[in-house]
Write a protein that binds this ligand. Structure first.
Ligand SMILES: Nc1nc2c(c(=O)[nH]1)N[C@H]1C(S)=C(S)[C@@H](COP(=O)(O)O)O[C@H]1N2
Ligand SMILES: [Mo]
Length: 330
């Protein structure tokens, strides 16, 4: 079945499954999943309570997360837990929105270690527990805007990436930070797949000043619990003013470099996905408009379409790009 959106100006379902021309995937599945999800989310608070597992992750991490400072209630109401954990992009587990929820559960997120490498004084492989020692976690409610023109409000638990970067003592030659995700054929059907056109591992990167910005965070939790695997357990990046693909999941290495790192989507389709990927309603994707977005949960009869804001509404990052042509450096 093909759903046409309510307004003629709205993108067709086929247009909001973006990465699709490059990927061998069934069309319209994302949209179908979104509709099912919207129907299921009609009683959001009840679902949050019922679906949230209480015993994920190692004890030490659960305790550290339980001690996190809560975010003040903001204007944005978080999406239900069930939406955030059943409508995902995590191509290592498949191309459909429900593949990560279906297949990521078996991924072993504990024990976990992260390699710190490149242009920094403090290098090495660190157990997650050591990496997080002495770090105060806090809740942050951020909007996540996917390049596919949908968005969600997510209550993360984590800390500023800058806290970790300072501990690594980057050299003055470190101009960029690269993030590398786990790519394990044994645990990830998308990495195993012969049809995959992605050159694994998934890689992302930030300019040093973007990485040091107080909004940029590493998340280890969601809705007061340990991060579920489908959302990038045990540790993932969250850069709320950039399209979601910048926020690399299940990070196994952080590398400081002098050169701009090659990133997964800008390698696959450089004319469609840039290194910067700042949310910008005035710079359309070549195949669809970025002027508005579908705020999830949404449904056929309540599309919940809202205007997209520059930098996803996080105006405080504007100074990072003063003097830069954001149309050219998209
Ligand atoms: N390793 C990895 N990280 C990833 C992706 C991915 O496929 N693999 N997808 C990205 C995209 S396109 C988005 S929109 C967000 C989705 O995060 P969420 O599923 O937690 O909402 O993760 C990003 N991080
Ligand atoms: Mo995305």
């Amino acid at each position: 079945m093909i759903f046409r959106s309510a307004k003629a100006s709205d993108p067709l379902a086929s247009e909001i499954t973006p990465h699709s021309v490059y990927l061998n995937r069934r069309q319209f599945m994302g949209q179908t999943a979104a509709l099912a999800l919207a129907a299921a989310a009609s009683d959001a608070s009840a679902l949050v309570a019922r679906d949230k597992p209480a015993d994920m992750g190692p004890q030490w991490l659960r305790e550290q997360i339980a001690a996190a400072k809560s975010a003040p209630a903001g204007d944005d109401a978080p999406a239900p837990y069930s939406s955030i954990t059943n409508y995902n992009n995590f191509y290592e587990f498949g191309y459909d929105k429900d593949d990560p929820a279906r297949y990521a559960g078996k991924m072993k997120a504990d024990p976990w270690s992260v390699r710190i490498e490149g242009e920094c004084e403090v290098k090495g492989t660190y157990a997650l527990e050591d990496l997080l020692k002495g770090i105060d976690l806090e809740e942050r409610i951020y909007r996540l805007r996917c390049v596919e023109a949908w968005s969600m409000v997510i209550p993360w638990i984590g800390f500023s990436l800058s806290d970790l970067i300072k501990r690594c003592k980057p050299l003055s030659s470190a101009k960029y930070v690269e993030f590398i995700s786990l790519a394990d054929k044994d645990q990830m059907p998308g990495v195993r797949s012969a049809f995959s056109t992605i050159d694994w591992p998934y890689r992302e990167g930030l300019r040093m000043d973007e990485a040091m910005h107080p909004l940029t965070m590493l998340a280890v939790g969601l809705y007061g619990e340990v991060l579920p695997n489908q959302n990038g357990a045990p540790i993932r990046l969250v850069v709320p003013w950039k399209y979601g693909f910048k926020s690399a999941k299940s990070i196994v290495a952080i590398r400081f470099s002098e050169q701009m790192p090659k990133t997964t989507w800008s390698q696959i389709a450089p004319q469609e996905y840039g290194f910067y990927a700042n949310v910008n309603p005035a710079v359309d994707h070549p195949r669809w408009s970025q002027a508005s977005e579908r705020r999830l949960p949404s449904g056929l009869f309540s599309p919940n379409r809202i205007d997209t804001r520059l930098f996803n509404g996080y105006d405080e990052v504007a100074s990072l790009y003063s003097g830069m042509d954001v149309r050219r450096f998209y």
